[in-house]
Write a protein that binds this ligand. Structure first.
Ligand code: SF4
Length: 352
């Protein structure tokens, strides 16, 4: 009975008013899928413009499958976590070859697609297909841990199973999609990570975490390791009206273009020697600026240097880009400042 009351209260609260987000106005499985992938690690308010632009360019799974990876990454530029974009590209191709371009209406088949884990499969299944599946993300995990006063450390397989079972028992058969959205809304607007709004919460009377005075300390999360700081010299190597960019193959930022860089930095001689090894003879031209980018596990502290190449020599995986090309190619936010500085210089050169 208490579980039923919880579900009823959460849905009633959601029905009274919630954020008007574009993916809540549709039941189209493809649109729901894209929104859910974008919402992983990114705030809903930030996602809105990316989502609209993305669906404008790729209105169907087929259009997405037919895109080049480079163009897709350009549409993803700024959202970060680029492996998400590569996974949806792979999944789109599979959906076209295996399911005729329509997302499968099955939790198991959704979960088998690249980039779709338990949460995303549950969200698509419940919101788009009305399947009473549990969708447990960090927001939902927090609400349940607090409501049921679960003190064990989250993130372990046992706790994941435990929380999923608890959520599964709450999902109403008649409105699973609304319930999934309502729980996410609860986590984002009411049971927030800091300062939860317990005084106006629709389930405050039965919340065990609140009754025990421990709500704000839950969920019990393992302490994160401090991020590793990497110092990097970012090299803007100019040649006539072009600058050198290289396609990154490493897992982090793979498929995107970046400027050559030297881990650990170095003086003018070290930076020129680095380019000489790649077959580009350069003269050093000074420091242009600094930048910092915080990834989940690493922080890049960057110093941005200008170098002048003797000639636009071929570099493996490299490209001598004009200002226009630099603007059109997918570059990660991590090198945003370096790109701005490169663009400024290239435009000055074009005017000469
Ligand atoms: S009463 Fe407070 S801790 Fe409990 S579910 Fe509501 S907002 Fe969260």
């Amino acid at each position: 009975m208490e579980r039923e009351n919880f579900t009823r209260s959460i849905l009633a609260w959601y029905d009274q008013g919630h954020r008007d987000l574009p993916w809540r106005r549709t039941k189209d499985p493809y649109s729901i899928w894209i929104s859910e992938i974008m919402l992983q690690q990114t705030r809903a308010e930030t996602v809105v413009s990316y989502y609209e632009r993305f669906l404008g360019r790729y209105p169907t799974v087929q259009a997405l499958a037919d895109s080049s990876e480079e163009e897709l990454l350009k549409y993803w530029e700024g959202l970060g976590y680029y492996s998400r974009a590569r996974s949806i590209h792979k999944a789109a191709k599979l959906i076209c070859s295996e399911y005729g371009g329509q997302l499968p209406a099955s939790l198991e088949q959704l979960r088998a697609l690249p980039g779709i884990g338990d949460y995303t499969a549950g969200a698509i299944a419940s919101i788009a297909f009305g399947i009473p599946a549990a969708a447990v993300d960090g927001n939902v995990e927090r609400v349940i841990c607090r409501y049921d006063a679960l003190k064990d450390e989250v993130g372990t397989p046992a706790m994941r199973r435990e929380i999923t079972q608890r959520v599964q028992a709450l999902v109403p058969r008649d409105r699973p999609g609304a319930f999934a959205n309502a729980m996410m809304e609860m986590g984002a607007r009411m049971c927030t990570p800091r300062n939860p709004s317990c005084l106006i919460c629709p389930v405050r009377e039965s919340c065990r975490g609140l009754a025990q005075g421990i709500a704000a300390q839950l969920p019990n999360k393992k302490k994160k390791k401090p991020q590793r700081v990497e110092h990097r010299a970012v090299l803007l190597v100019f040649c006539a009206d072009r600058v050198l960019i290289v396609r990154r193959e490493e897992k982090l930022l793979g498929g995107l273009y970046v400027f050559p860089d030297v881990l650990g930095g170095g003086d003018a001689a070290v930076l020129c020697a680095h380019m000489e090894e790649k077959g580009v003879s350069c003269a050093y031209d000074g420091v242009l600026g600094q930048a910092k980018h915080v990834f989940t596990h690493i922080i890049w502290e960057m110093e941005i240097h200008a170098l002048e190449a003797d000639a636009c020599m071929d570099v493996p995986g490299g490209m001598w880009a004009t200002a226009q090309e630099l603007d059109a190619l997918p570059l990660p936010t991590a090198v945003k400042r370096a790109r701005e500085l490169a663009m400024k210089r290239l435009k000055e050169r074009e005017r000469r």
